[in-house]
Design a binder for this molecule. Structure first.
Ligand SMILES: C[S@@+](CC[C@H](N)C(=O)[O-])C[C@H]1O[C@@H](n2cnc3c(N)ncnc32)[C@H](O)[C@@H]1O
Length: 277
């Protein structure tokens, strides 16, 4: 923390006088540009914060990729694909867990549908705090069809629910944390075949899932952004001061189902890879 800042109990650094300091990437001088989703709904989920600004003093800080809200059109399209994948139970029985919830855009979109519960797990206190404020806006506007909850913690400390679970990941971290998360999931869902599905957007660590004997790939391929999202994301990327990140017109995504195996069996390497038309 820099001189002139104070740390409060909620872990959020503030300037003297009480105003929270904005994270790098969330002010106009850093190229901050509002996404139409925020303009339409009066929430605050825009901005691009590089992973190096999101560390909380843990050994795994360098695994954090960045904060960036998922394109609503990609999220909704992937969820429709999941719906067609013959899930174990009706959606209303699933707990939706956003692993690395950031400011909660994916949570808000999920909560527009009736899930058993929508939970956002976010490591960084400032992002989690904003997600909580967005949740309140959503509930006040009557948009939430699900009970919502934001928890500020490392997902490696999160206790997965006893209900069927849909875990959503928008490329939150690198391989070390991904392997640990899958090991934790394997313990939590032991003997619960089919009760955990992963929806993975910008699936950089896909190869780890491919090699894991317990997960079956239901879909892998590019999912296109709508025109509105493509224009918004290209504009936001173009406004970055150092051009570190890039956006294309689609996200590489995949959907995985926990099958409960711990060893690879013959014939299980085949994957269903489909291209979106
Ligand atoms: C790309 S953002 C995704 C935001 C949100 N899921 C969405 O789609 O709108 C990834 C988020 O994961 C968070 N994150 C990274 N590592 C984490 C961890 N170990 N536990 C919880 N959150 C983590 C980051 O702080 C960041 O906010």
């Amino acid at each position: 923390m820099k001189a002139g800042q104070i740390q409060q109990d909620d872990g959020i650094p503030r300037k003297r006088g009480g105003r929270a300091r904005l994270l790098p990437g969330l002010s106009v001088k850093d190229g901050y540009t509002k996404h139409p989703f925020d303009v339409e709904h009066g929430v605050q989920t825009s901005g691009l914060v590089a992973g190096r600004h999101l560390g909380i003093g843990q050994k795994t800080d360098r695994q954090i990729t960045a904060y960036y809200g998922v394109a609503p059109s990609v999220f909704q399209s992937l969820l429709r694909r999941w719906q067609r994948s013959k899930p174990l139970a009706p959606r209303k029985d699933y707990t939706f867990v956003d692993i690395g919830a950031g400011m909660g855009r994916a949570m808000l979109l999920a909560a527009e549908l009736p899930f058993r519960e929508v939970v956002g797990v976010e490591l960084h206190p400032m992002l989690a705090h904003t997600a909580q404020k967005n949740q309140a806006v959503w509930e006040m506007a009557g948009r939430a069809q699900s009970v919502m909850r934001v928890v500020c913690q490392d997902v490696l400390d999160f206790e997965f629910p006893a209900s069927p679970c849909m875990a959503f990941l928008f490329n939150p971290f690198g391989p070390v944390v991904m392997r640990r998360l899958l090991a934790k999931m394997a313990r939590s869902f032991a003997g619960r075949e089919g009760q955990l599905d992963l929806l993975y957007v910008n699936h950089e660590q896909e190869s780890i899932l491919q090699r894991h004997p317990g997960f079956q790939c239901l879909f892998a391929g590019p999912v296109r952004r709508s025109r509105v999202d493509a224009i918004a994301d290209h504009t936001i990327m173009a406004n970055q001061p150092d051009g570190e990140y890039a956006a294309s017109n689609y996200e590489d995504c995949s959907i995985w189902r926990w099958m409960g195996r711990t060893k690879r069996e013959p014939g299980l390497d085949e994957r269903t890879t489909k291209r979106e038309s």
